[in-house]
Design a protein around this ligand. Structure first.
Ligand SMILES: [Zn+2]
Length: 395
């Protein structure tokens, strides 16, 4: 069984998390929000200030000032510590260092090639070393290392659970042994959800879903500020929910799973088949051979008006919209954030939102407005991994 025993959070953690989500705010507000007594908040805040973790950032401009009570606001000290995060996927090996507010200080991205696979463990270790050495920061200044996985960490922490055999050389324990600071690993979409939660408190509610569409897909869910992990690895594997039971065969053995229509890998694979079999496809003007076709070329063909590619993307977005609407209806989270390289393109974003709005037209505005497409960056997963390390080791 895949269950994490819930530990009662410490006052320090509850106060820091409250500051992350509401800063700048006064100690009285921290007490109101957390339910911790004002005296305890004052004592803990004093300790956090003396540790250099939080700072006073000015006074609140409220009517209370006229009553003689000054409300001093506090916030996290951004550079009180640093976090390092890495993501590896079939797009890239990406790593970044960020401060405690999620501002990226340095980053490195190595595009994916098959050469990464045989020694992926060493590649991950090396990129961490390289970034830390070039940062001129001391180990003591790092709160920890986060790694965003293209799958799930096994319960014993010794292997990566994924349908993709290509990552079989990944040895999580070897990475943890290499560094004098703690290392945490979690599914990449869940990392991104943590990143959204801690680094974008103004736009990200306490409960939301983050629907990541990449080579595969995953929907991470945050409930009242906690990642929903479910009872087994399967929680969130939305790519294997069926959207057409007579559809093509999926790698999981079922037919018509969402990911056979909407994952990047299936889109590219279908485009390669079109290249081979359809003499008039515009893909032939974009690539030397079927194997050279990438997601970006497929998107270019879409914008050039290639009708078969247009139909392929339309199907992908329509099925995605059905699944997104199903999440809205079954869970009604505060927001659903869509994330993926596909959505970096405005035409595709518009088409996806049109489909979603049609799916949700029967319930109207508050629901259609709850779906939002996140800006795409190749380092989003690595920044999410930084948030994982902050969540596990700083808070
Ligand atoms: Zn499947």
């Amino acid at each position: 069984m895949y269950s994490k025993k819930k530990k009662q959070p410490t006052n320090r953690r509850r106060i820091l998390e409250c500051i992350y989500r509401n800063a700048p705010l006064a100690r009285t507000e921290i007490a109101e929000i957390t339910g911790i007594t004002p005296a305890t908040v004052t004592n803990t805040a004093a300790q956090l200030i003396s540790d250099g973790v939080i700072m006073e950032v000015g006074e609140a401009a409220t009517e209370e000032v006229s009553s003689g009570r000054r409300r001093i606001l506090v916030d996290i000290v951004p550079d009180c510590a640093y976090s390092i995060g890495v993501e590896f996927s079939e797009k890239a090996l990406a790593a970044c260092i960020c401060d405690m507010k999620g501002n990226i200080c340095s980053q490195k991205v190595v595009p994916f090639t098959d050469d990464l696979l045989p020694n992926i463990t060493r590649q991950v270790t090396d990129i961490i070393m390289l970034l830390i050495e070039s940062s001129k920061l001391d180990w003591k200044q790092f709160t920890g290392i986060g790694i965003a996985l293209p799958g799930h960490l096994s319960i014993d922490g010794n292997s990566l659970i994924t349908n993709r055999q290509i990552w079989e050389n990944f040895r999580p324990a070897e990475i943890s042994d290499k560094f004098p600071i703690p290392v945490a690993m979690e599914n990449n979409a869940r990392c991104m959800a943590l990143g959204a939660y801690f680094f974008h408190p103004d736009t990200v509610p306490d409960s939301f879903a983050l629907f990541h569409v990449g080579r595969g897909m995953f929907c991470a869910t945050m409930v009242d500020g906690e990642l929903f992990l479910g009872n087994h690895y399967i929680a969130g594997e939305i790519g294997h929910t069926i959207v057409n039971e007579n559809g093509p065969l999926c790698e999981c053995g079922k037919r018509g799973c969402l990911q056979v229509y909407s994952s990047e890998s299936r889109l590219v694979r279908t485009a390669r088949m079109l290249y081979e079999n359809s003499p008039n496809t515009m893909l032939r003007t974009l690539a030397e051979s079927a194997d050279d076709i990438t997601l970006e070329q497929l998107i270019t063909a879409y914008y050039m008006g290639d009708s078969a590619i247009g139909a392929l993307i339309n199907d992908a977005l329509r099925y995605l919209s059905i699944s997104t609407a199903n999440i809205v209806i079954t869970m009604n989270p505060g927001k659903i954030f869509m994330h993926g390289q596909l959505f970096a393109h405005e035409g595709i974003r518009t088409e996806l939102m049109d489909h979603i709005n049609r799916q949700l037209a029967f319930i109207g505005d508050p629901y259609t407005n709850s779906v939002e497409i996140l800006p795409y960056s190749i380092t989003n997963g690595a920044l999410g991994a930084c948030a994982l390390a902050i969540d596990r080791f700083f808070l």
